[in-house]
Design a protein around this ligand. Structure first.
Ligand code: CDP
Length: 230
């Protein structure tokens, strides 16, 4: 069967990674969470006291970037690759609200984006990949055969993220999550370098009212149609 590239973009907490993982599993494709890479870089800066709410020196971050090595290692049990920062699994740590509150500022820096995009393109060289993020269909894989743009209302998204974090035992308030979701949407859509926009040839899906299975079936059908087209 022909292998394609699937690019999934959209606002924060739209469930892009859920769809991407489902598709990758069903099609036996690689799944790459590009947001995890920006989150891991942010975590490194936090751990080395290079950024905080009141501290942000772009030049220092760019210099520190050289010391960061990111890798995805496949976890058999989970069925997808987990992210490693300098050989340490940081999959859980990068999902905290503290990282979420700083990541979009980090992702605005062009030098950082350049390094991430180069790695992401290398991972997709043989196709058979599902990648989710903000600029996948526009910048990373502009020639992807299937591009999806996922949206949902801010309240629905904040509720999903709130449930996810509280289930993990994180003590967070719904309001702080909603604020973060809205702030990131603003930074991500208005930044100069690779803003979050729907690619002209992307299919838009609002999943505010779609169930997981219903959504998957809908997208899987579209993917198969493209794969089977010669
Ligand atoms: O999980 P969620 O949808 O909330 O976000 P994420 O995919 O983990 O991405 C975290 C942040 O990284 C985003 O809010 C963007 O600022 C940035 N990002 C980006 O700029 N480009 C990407 N391809 C992926 C993420």
């Amino acid at each position: 069967m022909k292998k394609i590239t699937i690019a999934i973009d959209g606002f924060s907490s739209t469930g892009k990674s859920t769809i991407a993982k489902q598709l990758a599993k069903k099609l036996h494709y690689i799944y790459v969470d590009s947001g995890a890479m920006y989150r891991a870089v942010t975590l490194y800066f936090m751990q080395h006291d290079l950024i905080s709410k009141h501290k942000f020196n772009k030049n220092k971050l760019i210099i520190a970037l050289e010391k960061i090595e990111l890798k995805f290692k496949f976890n058999e049990k989970l069925g997808y690759g987990e992210i490693y920062l300098n050989n340490v699994n940081v999959e859980s740590k990068i999902r905290s609200l503290e990282v979420s509150n700083l990541v979009s500022k980090v992702a605005e820096v062009s030098e950082i984006r350049k390094k991430m995009v180069t790695q992401q393109q290398a991972m997709g060289i043989n196709k058979g990949i599902v990648m989710d993020g903000r600029d996948i269909g526009t910048v990373v894989f502009p020639k992807a055969e299937l591009k999806l743009f996922i949206t949902a209302s801010a309240d629905v998204r904040a509720k999903r993220r709130f449930d996810e974090l509280t289930k993990k035992g994180d003590k967070v308030s719904f309001d702080s999550i909603l604020k973060n979701v809205k702030e990131r949407d603003f930074i991500d859509t208005t930044r100069k370098d690779s803003p979050l926009i729907k690619a002209g040839d992307a299919i838009e899906i609002d999943n505010s009212k779609l169930g997981l299975e219903e959504q998957f079936q809908k997208i899987y059908k579209i993917a198969l149609k493209i794969i089977n087209k010669d």
